[in-house]
Design a protein around this ligand. Structure first.
Ligand SMILES: [Zn+2]
Ligand SMILES: [Zn+2]
Length: 773
């Protein structure tokens, strides 16, 4: 007997070859009906013998295309209508939403064709299929169809058109389908040449220029990169100079894992991360004989490495042989691939824009004519104890949502100031945006605004409330308040460290109260002071401050963040008083003239010297005090260099004091005294660094134990940028677990401010539902 079944498939099912898969499956089971993309997912009707329909449904879920992610399959039985064949119907628009696939690196089939001299797409830099290629970065709206992507301007040639319409073809409805005849083309231009001059054989010429030490701006998937030979010290130094980026590490790209092993250690899980379809930058420990220029990541034992993710990258690295007899350069060991921008600005995406903004940075421009609709930086990740722990969640991950185990209202969470991301929620999904960046300039802010609008349109979210940081001067906070005013939305301010802890709880699926340990550089406290070394008893709804580091002045505010030696003075004077000035410390000789007097004046008067409990600033202070880093040129530098120095095999700690008040106060004065004593006794700075780290881990364990006695809560959530320090994180987890605590850490969203928006969203949701009750 014939039956007709309607099937709605939700998840990542568009732009991943799902309809042709359904089509082939229906044909194989000899079923009639249709399939289409709609704004709620893929909708299918099949009609035929009961057994064959069951077989179809079984295989639908058992063997989906590699990049598809089925979240839910709903079926309903309908009366048969006598479909005679199976067809793919036009997409249907509506008000619901679908999940949108992140960009996917070139697949093995396309790579094989790229390398095959007999294939029509041999060496074609835009080869793709339903299993790979650009997605999020070219989509203007849903449903995902070619006219709604930046491919709409390329009319397909007869061959591409045939593939596109042939359900048996790998490129059936591959929206970015293209070939050398009809698709996008690359062009290599000489910077500043008037009239504009395009060079022949753009990619091979670019390779030669790179090998000769040139800096080439390369248009990628989510923006421009600046590329140069990573083994050429002069080229890397020049790039740093032009970009005004003194020490912050550059990422590099190499052809494959084998090549990466020539300069970094690659463990098995790290190889998997490198080769994953998201192709993130993976932090890898450099080998002692590493031939990469030291200027790539000064003062750092790790290098951020990624594998090529577009066909253009493969060509540029020399990973595709030439068929002609022309001598080809050997493949590059590694290219620096850093975002195409001046430090602090957003990554450039338009050709015009690149010419304007990158002309002082690049010698040549390797451009193409496929537009980038959405700006999306490379993601950064690492392996921690066998599991991924992401540091920047962007290309290849966004806009895939973080799944939560609770239903959320529609909320816009605006995020923090640094490493900004925002978050929109709907149902059980938290759509965390790609990395927006530091909101310090107009360009980043305007990119932020347009990204919010784009996400709202793509995911059909109409926020009823807006969540934001307490800091009155964050651009994201001001944006939130204006938007709430304009649209009449509910306003939910969320304390910075509460948001950190909530984000860690949310990604771990925990809703019951935890002891939240939030250690970072800066966050606006409920008392108007600068927090950053916090123990909170927290759930989504509320928090209570259980303990914090003792307040010390931040002499000169922002200036003290850029000059860690000011924090060293502040902590020394707070701990030891005036006697500190009598000690023969190297710090006194490295302070710039007048600085000591100025800092003391600021501290004494309290003018422009806000009080802070920041743990990040304590790391800064120790780093400066022991002569590691007194002035920084990127965020977190002093702490990172201190971590890199920590000696192995050191287990002892410094003393410290816990003042049992409410909240409890952690007084680091004995710690400072211990460090000074070691320093004056000539103890190796690597040992001092290790002891300092161990002390912070011990503080977390001891204070958590005191908190457990008070509250009965035995679960600790670790969040905040300080916990990106793997030495600290490892020691802290071990100390807590020895004490019988369950420990939650970040894996899916960053521990740093890039994860704040998720926490704001879940807190706002709890506040909304709490008030309704
Ligand atoms: Zn492919
Ligand atoms: Zn074509």
């Amino acid at each position: 007997m014939a039956v007709r079944v309607q099937v709605v498939v939700r998840g990542i099912v568009q732009g991943v070859g799902f309809r042709p898969f359904v089509y082939r499956l229906a044909r194989e089971h000899d079923l009639g009906g249709w399939v289409l993309n709609s704004t709620q997912g893929v909708v299918i009707e099949v009609e035929g013998e009961r057994e064959r329909v069951d077989g179809f449904l079984g295989r639908l879920q058992a063997e989906p295309p590699p990049q598809a992610l089925i979240e839910k399959v709903e079926t309903s039985l309908l009366p048969p209508v006598g479909y005679s064949s199976f067809v793919i119907e036009a997409s249907r628009e509506g008000s619901e939403f679908v999940l949108i696939s992140p960009d996917i690196c070139i697949c093995a089939d396309c790579l094989r064709e790229l390398r095959d001299p007999h294939d029509p797409r041999y060496r074609y830099p835009f080869i793709n299929c339903t299993n790979c290629g650009p997605r999020f970065t070219i989509i203007g709206d849903i449903p995902y169809d070619r006219p709604k992507t930046t491919m709409r301007v390329f009319a397909m040639c007869p061959r591409c058109d045939r593939e596109y319409h042939d359900p048996a073809d790998r490129r059936f409805h591959a929206q970015p389908n293209a070939c050398p005849v009809c698709g996008p083309q690359v062009e290599l231009g000489v910077n500043g040449a008037q009239p504009p001059r395009a060079l022949d054989e753009p990619i091979e010429t670019a390779r030669r220029l790179l090998a000769e030490g040139a800096i080439v701006s390369v248009k990628g998937l989510g923006g421009f990169h600046l590329a140069c030979d990573a083994t050429n010290r002069q080229a890397v130094a020049t790039l740093r100079e032009r970009k005004h980026r003194v020490d912050k590490p550059f990422a590099v790209m190499s052809l494959d894992v084998e090549t990466v092993r020539r300069y970094c250690e690659v463990r098995e899980g790290e190889a998997q991360l490198l080769e994953s379809p998201a192709r993130p930058i993976v932090l890898l420990r450099r080998r002692s004989d590493c031939p990469i220029a030291p200027e790539v990541a000064p003062g750092n034992d790790y290098i951020g490495v990624m594998l090529p993710y577009t066909p253009l990258h493969y060509l540029l690295l020399g990973g595709v042989g030439l068929s002609s007899s022309k001598a080809s350069l050997p493949p590059s060991l590694a290219l620096v691939m850093t975002s195409g921008n001046m430090s602090e600005e957003p990554i450039a995406i338009g050709n015009q824009e690149a010419h304007q903004r990158l002309s002082v940075l690049a010698d040549y421009f390797l451009l193409h004519d496929r537009d980038i609709h959405v700006r999306c930086d490379d993601s950064v990740t690492r392996l921690f104890r066998g599991k991924e722990a992401i540091l920047r969640r962007s290309r290849g991950y966004a806009p895939f949502p973080v799944r939560l185990n609770l239903e959320l209202a529609e909320i816009l969470a605006c995020g923090a100031e640094l490493k900004n991301t925002f978050c929109l929620t709907k149902g059980t999904y938290a759509f965390l945006s790609q990395h927006i960046g530091d909101m310090e300039n107009y360009e980043t802010f305007s990119s932020y605004q347009s990204s919010i609008q784009h996400f709202q349109r793509l995911f059909r979210v109409e926020p009823q409330a807006v969540a934001y940081d307490l800091h009155p001067n964050y651009l994201a906070t001001r944006y939130a308040l204006e938007l709430a005013e304009e649209r009449g939305l509910r306003k939910v301010p969320v304390q910075h460290h509460h948001a950190h802890v909530a984000s860690c709880m949310a990604e771990n699926g925990v809703t019951e109260p935890v002891i939240g340990v939030a250690f970072d550089g800066t966050g606006y406290g409920s008392d108007g002071r600068i927090w950053g070394g916090e123990f909170l008893l927290a759930d989504f709804r509320r928090f209570r401050r259980l303990a914090h580091f003792r307040y010390v002045p931040l002499p000169g505010g922002e200036a003290a963040i850029k000059r860690p030696y000011r924090m060293a003075v502040s902590h020394l004077l707070s701990a030891l008083g005036e006697e500190a000035l009598e000690l023969p410390l190297p710090l006194w000789t490295v302070l710039e003239p007048g600085e000591l007097a100025l800092v003391r004046r600021l501290m004494a008067s309290g003018v422009n010297s806000p009080l802070t409990s920041s743990c990040g600033r304590l790391f800064d202070a120790i780093s400066a005090l022991i002569g590691v880093r007194g002035v920084v040129n990127y965020e977190g530098q002093a702490a990172i260099e201190l971590e890199m120095l920590a000696a192995e095999g050191v287990d002892d700690i410094y003393e410290w004091r816990l003042l049992r008040r409410s909240p409890m106060i952690i007084d680091p004065a004995p710690l400072l005294r211990g460090v000074v004593t070691d320093l004056l006794a000539g103890v190796d700075v690597g040992v001092i660094s290790a002891r300092f780290h161990n002390t912070i881990a011990a503080i977390v364990a001891d204070v958590s134990r005191a908190a457990r006695q008070k509250t009965g809560v035995g679960r600790v959530a670790l969040s905040g940028g300080c916990f990106q320090n793997v030495y600290l994180l490892g020691r802290t987890i071990d100390a807590l677990e020895r004490d019988g605590f369950e420990v939650l850490i970040h894996h899916l969203v960053p521990a740093n401010d890039g994860g704040i928006a998720l926490g704001q969203a879940v807190v706002a949701n709890a506040c909304l539902s709490g008030k309704e009750r």
